[in-house]
Design a binder for this molecule. Structure first.
Ligand SMILES: NC(=O)c1ccc[n+]([C@@H]2O[C@H](COP(=O)([O-])OP(=O)(O)OC[C@H]3O[C@@H](n4cnc5c(N)ncnc54)[C@H](OP(=O)(O)O)[C@@H]3O)[C@@H](O)[C@H]2O)c1
Length: 250
């Protein structure tokens, strides 16, 4: 599957899973808008890696919860690379899980609502009009196997990811007639360059319960996202694909 001539915007692309998504898109020939929120050095390093391999990339900063900043990012992306063909909503603000009784709205729910839900809403609304104009587009929203696991201490994170499932599927219904597919990829516990918030005991137990016998790596998630990006999968929409080594099956 080649993505030559396509422009892909990945939110939260400066590190971890988003970085891997950017590199995978670039390897397939897409020009990549590497979005970041606060860490411009990381984003510039991803851009440099793509360019030194012969690809095209620019870094764009935005707080995805801020509608004006997102609209500005989409405009600058169009000027520098072209209109967005592929949008991957991956950004999140990391919040440690708490038991329900310890939760408070401002610290635990609001960041998820603002960055994951409102951020995805903002990016979709800003990018979709140009996709409709061209009669094609690919949107992939990153969810989580937390939806299937229903673990304690995931009430805030899982609730917002659940909202994104409904958001994505109803958007898929509305966008189908425009040639735009909307799919979801749900990673299980995935090792990234930042420390995992869960304890070693938790990680061992998680691996024990995973048929494939390991945690995920960002490249596992990237491969699943690539599946939804090409022309070949134009008849697949509204699907939530688990990348969990078989631990969760939707
Ligand atoms: N890692 C896992 O085990 C795992 C498992 C299941 C699902 N997921 C999902 O996979 C996705 C990526 O997770 P990850 O662990 O790779 O992410 P991560 O390392 O926590 O990185 C989060 C990204 O979001 C950006 N961000 C934070 N606040 C933002 C804001 N207000 N506006 C715009 N961007 C903002 C960060 O940018 P800066 O660095 O510039 O601040 C960073 O690039 C998330 O949707 C997550 O829920 C991850």
């Amino acid at each position: 599957m080649g993505l030559e001539g396509r422009v892909a915007l990945v939110t939260g692309a400066n590190r971890s899973i988003g970085k891997s998504l950017s590199l995978a898109l670039a390897r397939r020939g897409a020009s990549v808008a590497v979005h970041f929120h606060s860490k411009s050095d990381d984003a510039n390093a991803v851009v440099e890696e793509i360019r030194s391999a012969g690809g095209a990339a620019f870094a764009f900063r935005a707080d995805v919860s801020n509608r004006g900043e997102v609209e500005e990012m989409i405009i600058r992306c169009r000027e520098d690379l072209g209109p967005v063909d592929i949008l991957v909503n991956n950004a999140r603000q990391l919040v440690k899980g708490r038991s329900f009784i310890e939760l408070n709205w401002e610290d635990d729910y609001a960041p998820h609502v603002e960055v994951m839900l409102k951020g995805t809403f903002n990016c979709c609304q800003a990018a979709i009009p140009a996709m409709i104009e061209r009669g094609s587009g690919r949107i992939i929203n990153i969810l989580s196997t937390a939806l299937g696991e229903k673990r304690a201490r995931t009430n805030s994170y899982g609730s917002i990811k659940s909202a994104l499932l409904y958001f994505s599927q109803t958007l898929a219904v509305e966008m189908g007639p425009h040639g735009i597919t909307v799919n979801m990829v749900s990673p299980g516990l995935t090792t990234t360059e930042r420390p995992i918030l869960h304890s070693g005991g938790y990680q061992r137990e998680y691996i024990d319960q995973t048929p494939v016998g390991r945690m995920g790596v960002p490249e596992d998630v990237a491969e699943a996202v690539m599946f939804f990006c090409g022309e070949e999968t134009s008849f697949i929409t509204g699907v939530n694909m688990a990348v969990s080594g078989g631990k969760v099956m939707f």
